[in-house]
Design a protein around this ligand. Structure first.
Ligand SMILES: [Fe+2]
Ligand SMILES: [Fe+2]
Length: 265
């Protein structure tokens, strides 16, 4: 893994996935400035994107959408159908919109919308998980995240949350955005879709609010059920979680900051 210094970081996530059969941008970071700066350092690769996939609606993943859509007219855009629900963060008595800033109509004009709650193959060997509907394990929640209905404010069910799956020779790699559906729920879904070893997990795993008991369970499940995959963690994983996982799995855990490059077979 290499770290390239010119790239900018922010609280957000955007990963460029290059494959022999096409490049896919997963999420767009929080701001247009950071995404366009970082895309500029990637040479020709961003201009060869054949699709964009959004892990969920939150602005730290969709804030650079305008810049991403400018890469190519009518870019194929993969997401869950619940992407457009207005979403808010509550601070005291204030509610701030943190969902998509673009309307469905505007997005449909500028992109080739491919909304699906079931797994879709974006390019050969690269899939969406579809909706993570079964959630017997803890979710990656924040108490501040709410949605509104006629009867008032409710916790966001994060139905829009999805991850990506990359097929490799040794097994599958799971690429998470924020993992609000919960890391263990996401892995269980991946295993249902692909009954193959999970060799690596990349991205934000939203363990930032996980208590010690939950972290212990994650460690145990990763070890006993999922064969201790390599972990390239960032974004909303949380420092305590990274430390707990690094204590358990040693050099199988690596940070994955802006500019990090990972090659997969
Ligand atoms: Fe999020
Ligand atoms: Fe996030």
């Amino acid at each position: 893994m290499q770290h390239a210094l010119p790239f900018w970081g922010e609280h957000g996530l955007s990963l460029l996935i290059e494959t022999e059969r096409g490049n896919v941008l997963f999420d767009t970071g929080q701001t247009e400035q950071v995404l366009s700066h970082n895309l500029n350092w990637l040479g020709d690769a961003p201009r060869r994107v054949s699709a964009l996939a959004l892990s969920h609606a939150h602005v730290d993943h969709t804030g650079g959408l305008n810049v991403a859509l400018a890469l190519k007219p009518d870019l194929a855009l993969y997401a869950n159908p619940d992407l457009f629900r207005p979403r808010y963060a509550r601070r005291g008595s204030e509610y701030k919109s943190i969902g998509l800033t673009m309307t469905r109509d505007e997005l449909a004009r500028r992109a080739d919308l491919r909304l699906s709650a079931t797994p879709v193959e974006i390019v050969p060997g690269l899939w969406t998980t579809g909706e993570i509907a079964e959630r017997s394990e803890p979710e990656g929640r924040s108490n501040r995240h709410v949605v509104r209905s006629a009867s008032g404010w409710h916790p966001d069910a994060y139905r829009d949350d999805m991850s990506l799956i990359i097929e490799t020779r040794e097994g599958v790699v799971v690429v998470c955005g924020c993992c609000h559906a919960g890391l263990l729920n996401t892995l269980a879904r991946v295993r249902q879709i692909f009954p193959r070893p999970i060799v690596a997990i990349i991205g934000g795993t939203h363990l930032v609010d996980a208590d010690a008991e939950h972290l212990q369970r994650v460690v145990r499940m990763l070890r006993e059920v999922y064969g201790a995959p390599r972990l390239f963690l960032n974004h909303c994983t949380g420092e305590r979680a990274v430390i707990a996982l690094a204590n358990a799995f040693g050099d199988h855990v690596e940070p994955f900051p802006a500019g990090a490059v990972l090659e997969l077979d």
